[in-house]
Each structure stands twice: as structure tokens, then as C-alpha cells.
Ligand binder design. Sequence first.
Ligand SMILES: CCCCCCCC/C=C\CCCCCCCC(=O)SCCNC(=O)CCNC(=O)[C@H](O)C(C)(C)COP(=O)(O)OP(=O)(O)OC[C@H]1O[C@@H](n2cnc3c(N)ncnc32)[C@H](O)[C@@H]1OP(=O)(O)O
Length: 160
Amino acid sequence: MKMMSDGTIPEHHPHCLGCGSENPAGMQLRTRLDGDVVRGEVTFDRRQQGAPGIAHGGAVATVLDDALGSVLVVLETPAVTANLNVSFRAPTLLHQPLHVEARVVERDGRKLHLSARLMDEQYTTLAEATALFLVVDVVHFTQGGEALPEAWSTWGSSTT
Ligand SMILES: CCCCCCCC/C=C\CCCCCCCC(=O)SCCNC(=O)CCNC(=O)[C@H](O)C(C)(C)COP(=O)(O)OP(=O)(O)OC[C@H]1O[C@@H](n2cnc3c(N)ncnc32)[C@H](O)[C@@H]1OP(=O)(O)O
């Protein structure tokens, strides 16, 4: 299990590994492990706006997918999103601190069934996702021709 000394989960985006930079679309998502659940906080701003004052659904899906990616870091298991199903339960407002959580539901061979939830400050659900991740060999991530983070070299890459 891979964590920093303060319990936070290291940044898992290869392009900004270790630099404390932003996630896709400029979203800052810091995650930590709480029992079996990855928890994090995120605040959307105008860069993620869809309708006026409201986050774009694609940005919401990105945060949920990214929180699920943190679960992979905890598991130290290379996997990719095969299917992501998002239910939007209430408008996600910009400029509000939000809670995110993600967890493993079930593992069946290469198939990782995961779930994630985005909540407002009062923990009211705004969006929830179920996802199928498929465990892949590390070779999968070399297809873009970029160097892989050193930390990934110790991860289990068994796909069985
Ligand atoms: C050692 C170090 C390693 C380091 C690793 C770091 C880990 C990453 C950590 C951090 C990363 C950054 C953050 C991540 C954040 C979010 C993750 C993303 O956004 S990932 C990008 C978007 N996703 C893709 O680009 C996938 C594109 N798709 C593919 O590459 C393939 O389709 C793939 C690998 C997913 C599956 O291809 P196949 O050839 O390996 O497997 P087949 O034979 O098609 O399927 C296997 C089983 O899964 C089912 N399956 C496949 N796709 C399905 C789907 N969409 N829905 C339902 N079932 C599906 C099939 O029906 C089959 O099931 P049956 O074995 O017959 O029971």
C-alpha cells in the first residue's frame, strides 16, 4: 500500500508526479486513505463551468474517475477505466468545497468493480459513479511514448 507519511495518497498523474500540480482540467484533488475508502476534497471554478455557476458534467465525471484512479495507487495495481457510469443527482455548484470518496466494490480476476461519490459540504450526494476497471500490464502505459513514474516500477503488473 502506497501512502505518504501524512496518510495522503501520492499524486498519480505522470506529467506532474511529485510536483503537487493540478489534475486534468485544472482540478486540484488531494486524496487520502480512510480505512478502505479513498477520500478527497475538490472545488470547481469557472474553468469547469457548464451551465452558469454549475460544474460541467464531464468535469464531475473526471473527478470521479480520478478518485477511482487513487484507488489504483492504494492497490498498487495498474488498471484502466473500461466503463464509467455516472448518475448526476443534484447540480454541482462552483466555488463550493466538495467531498469525494471512492472504493473497491469487488474484484473478479482482471475486473475491478469500483464506486465513487461526489458530495457537497453537508455530505449530500451530488453525483455517483460505478466503474469497471481492467487490470493491464504496465506495457499498456508505454504506448504514448512517455517515461513512466519510477514509483510504478514496483507495482504488481500481474493481469491474472
Ligand atoms: C507497474 C506500474 C503500472 C502503473 C499503472 C498506473 C495505473 C494508473 C494510475 C493512475 C493513472 C492516472 C489516473 C487514472 C485515472 C482514470 C483512469 C483512466 O482514465 S484510464 C483512460 C481511459 N481508459 C482507457 O483508455 C482504456 C481503453 N481501453 C482499453 O485499453 C481496452 O479496451 C481494455 C484494456 C480496457 C480492455 O481490453 P483487453 O483487450 O485487455 O480486454 P478485453 O478482452 O476487451 O476485455 C476483458 C474482459 O473485460 C470485459 N470488458 C472490457 N471492456 C468492457 C466494458 N467497457 N464494459 C464491460 N465489460 C468490458 C470484456 O467483456 C472481457 O470480459 P470476459 O473476460 O469475457 O468476461
